[in-house]
Design a binder for this molecule. Structure first.
Ligand code: KG4
Ligand code: ZN
Length: 336
């Protein structure tokens, strides 16, 4: 069964064709990073306008790469929640037009559920239940995922900033541009992670909640003070020390959740799951409790439409069909 998926939830215009939930025939991603870079963050209105300009071309490219045509598809899936409302509406409108013109079933998919699904597209051995850590620019969520890709049990989430947001803001304070995750990750690999001790908020809070605004603020305060005193350590050391603190909390809470809930499989997903330290440390610590860690290749970690088309296959089999009045929603919980 061939599904065309569309994701325009944030600043990437992505269209994919996926067969039977896992076989990725195409996964085209057009990044808008250059457009937003000079503003130091995503400008929602610019993102929507760029999606409008690109969407038809990206659909054509995804079909051509998959060597298929609209007439050959079985369904259209689209991210309709959560995300930037104007950006989401572009994808939803395109998906509705295709579904109407080609008389295809339409499925609205939750973007975060798409991220949660992504690791299974490349790992046959991945079983449910598993504990999934979803970490991106907009989300920091710890979830127990039962079989069937529904009835998720949310164990914890961030009380303020998302982990990726903290990376991006710290990069801004350090003058490293936007987005900051990969730059900090690369610099951190050449620095001393014990150079500065940054706090690990909520590490021992006794629950699975996270907080990232405190780490971010302490990096800013440290940098400002060190600059005044002319004692600023190398940027590699600040990056490594921040990354150690950020990852420490993610690993500790995820491992604790797996242990306490007796689950032996852990997945990492979302843009921050591309982080080298997070992947390495989670894998190392997991072995000490006899758990296995799975994460997608980088292209499936960050925003992409393949995860949307892949998850839609299971939702289709479960009977989901949406009407042409399908709407977009900026906020949405998973499983709804
Ligand atoms: O999933 P994603 O592409 O978009 C959202 O749904 O937010 O995630 C983007 C986030 C950004 O905050 C970016 O800085 C972060 O993922 N990111 C990373 C790395 N690569 C991307 N964070 C840490 N280390 C990385 N290597
Ligand atoms: Zn995302």
């Amino acid at each position: 069964m061939k599904i065309l998926g569309i994701d325009t939830s944030c600043d990437d215009t992505s269209v994919a064709v996926v067969e039977d939930g896992r076989k990725i025939r195409s996964n085209i991603i057009s990044s808008q990073v250059d457009l937003h870079q000079k503003y130091g963050g995503i400008v929602p209105e610019l993102a929507s306008r760029k999606h409008v300009e690109l969407i038809n071309y990206i659909i054509d490219e995804a079909l051509a790469t998959a060597d298929t045509s609209l007439a050959d598809l079985d369904a259209i899936a689209v991210t309709n929640r959560p995300g930037l409302i104007g950006a989401l509406l572009v994808g939803v409108s395109a998906a509705k037009s295709l579904a109407y013109c080609y008389d295809l079933p339409l499925l609205g998919i939750n973007h975060v559920e798409g991220h949660i699904y992504a690791p299974c597209m490349e790992h046959d051995q991945l079983t449910c239940p598993h504990i999934c850590l979803t970490v991106s620019g907009g989300h920091t969520l710890l979830v127990e995922v039962p079989a069937g890709w529904q009835n998720y049990q949310v164990l914890g989430s961030t009380q303020d900033d998302a982990a990726g947001e903290a990376y991006d803001k710290v990069a801004k304070y350090l003058g490293l541009g936007f987005p900051g995750g990969k730059v900090i990750d690369d610099l951190a690999q050449q620095g001393q992670d014990t150079a500065v001790h940054f706090p690990r908020p909520m590490l021992n809070s006794g629950n699975y909640q996270f907080s990232y605004s405190g780490i971010k603020t302490s990096v800013r305060n440290f940098v400002e003070k060190a600059k005044q005193n002319q004692t600023l350590p190398p940027i590699e050391d600040i990056s490594a020390s921040f990354q150690a603190a950020a990852v420490d909390v993610l690993v500790t809470k995820t491992i604790r959740a797996a242990e306490e809930r007796g689950v032996e499989t852990i997945t990492l997903t979302g843009g921050v799951a591309a982080n080298s330290r997070l992947r390495k440390e989670m894998t190392q610590v997991a072995t000490t409790i006899g758990a296995k860690v799975f994460y997608p290749t980088i292209r499936l970690c960050t925003d992409n439409a393949a995860m949307i088309a892949g998850l839609a296959y299971h939702k289709y089999l479960q009977g989901q069909r949406d009407e042409l009045d399908l709407n977009a929603s900026a906020n949405s919980e998973i499983g709804r």
